[in-house]
Design a binder for this molecule. Sequence first.
Ligand code: ACO
Length: 392
Amino acid sequence: MTTTPTAAPRPPQLAPPGLEGVAVAETEIGDVRGEEGFFHYRGYNAAELASLLSFEQVWHLLIEGELPDPQQLARFREHTSELRSVPEGIAPLLSQIAAGSEFVPLNALRTAVSLAADRLGLRPVLDIGPEEVREQALRMTALAPVLLMGLYRAHQGKPTVEPDPDLGYAAAYLQMLTGQRPLPAHARALEQYLILTMDHGFNASTFTARVITSTGADMGSALVGAIGALSGPLHGGAPSRALQTLDEIGSADRAYDYLRQKVEAGDRLMGFGHRVYKTDDPRSTLLRQVALEMGGEQAQFAQHVEQTALRVLNELKPGRRLYTNVEFYAGVVMNTAGIPREMFTPTFASSRTVGWTAAICEQAAHNRLIRPSAVYVGPTPPVPLPDGYTYG
Ligand code: ACO
C-alpha cells in the first residue's frame, strides 16, 4: 500500500513592513494613483468633484454609491440636516470632557463619539442589516462636527451653537464654531478642503475601521478606533506645522536662507514630499488655487515660500521627486476660513468620517473577519520552563 506524504503546512508569507504595496481588500469606494497624481471617489476624479460639487453631493456618492439627482439631493440635505441633533443626555457631558487645561480636541471628539454611539444604542453591525448600517453612517457623520464644535466652545466657556438647518455641512461647520453665518467664500473654500479629504484609499485609519468592523462590532467602536489611528502624527499629520513654518520665516526675503538652512541641517520641510505621490499631489494643486482665490497676504506669501522650497529641494535633494503635499495649503485655507489651528486635525477627522463610514458599510456588507498571522521569530518552541520554576 502506498501512502501519500502529507505536505508540511506552508509557513505564512511575511508581508513587507507597513504592508506597503500589499492589497488586502477589494473596494468600490475609491483609489489613489500616486505616480499619476490622481485619486478618485467611485471612479470620479476627486479634485474635480471638489471643485464642482457640494459636500452633500459627494457624501451621497460615497455612502449611497451614486451621485444624487436633484430630488435625491434635496431629500438627502433635509435628512442629514435633521441628523445633526445631539443625543439625549450628552450635552452636559460635553462640557465635562472639554474641561481642564489638557484639552485636545481630537481626543475629546473620540470620547464624545464613544458616548454618543452608546447613547444612540448602535448595535453590532453583525446583528443589523445594511439599511441600518447606512443610516448609522449618516447619523454619525452628521453628528461629528456638532460634537466637535460643542466641545470646542465648551472648553472656551461659550454656549453651544445649534446648527442652522438652512446651512449645508460646510457652512454649518463654521457657523457652529463662531455663532455667525460664514462668508459664502469661506464656506465654499472649506467645503472644497472637506471634499478633498473625505477619503484617500486604504489609509491606516480606514483600515483600522475595517478591521474593527470585520469583527462584527458596532459602528461607534470602529469610529473610535479610526480617530485613534488618525491621532498619530504619522497619519493625521499636522497641517498646522506648515503654517508654523510660514510664521517662522516671517518675510519673503528670509525664505530662501531659512529653508536652505533647514534642509542642510537634515530637517524636513513641512508640507513637502509624500509616500504615495511622486508628482504633484492633486489636493495641493486645488488647495493652492482655493487659497489664492480666497485672497489675503498669507496665500501670496505661502506661494512664494512654496516656490522657494521647491527650488531649495531641487538644489539640495535632486531626483527625490519632492512636491507640495496636501498639508501645505490646507493650513492656509483653514486659517483664512477662520478655523483655529488646534482644530485643523479634528476638521480632517470630520470630513474623513464620510470615508470611514463608507468603508464600514462596505466591510459590513461583504464581511470576512480580518485575522492575519505573524511570523514568529522568538526562541524555538517549545521552550522548557527553567528547573524548579513553580506557581507563584
Ligand atoms: N523636506 C526635505 N527633504 C525631504 C522631505 C521634506 N519634506 N521629504 C523627503 N525628503 C528627503 C529625505 O530626506 C530623503 O533624502 P535622502 O535621500 O537624502 O535621505 C528623501 O527625500 C526620501 O525621503 P523618504 O523619507 O524616503 O520619503 P518618504 O516617502 O518616506 O516620506 C514623508 C514621505 C514622510 C511625507 C516625507 O516627505 C516628509 O517627512 N514630509 C514632511 C512632513 C509632511 O509634510 N507630512 C505630511 C504628509 S501629507 C499626509 O500624509 C497627509
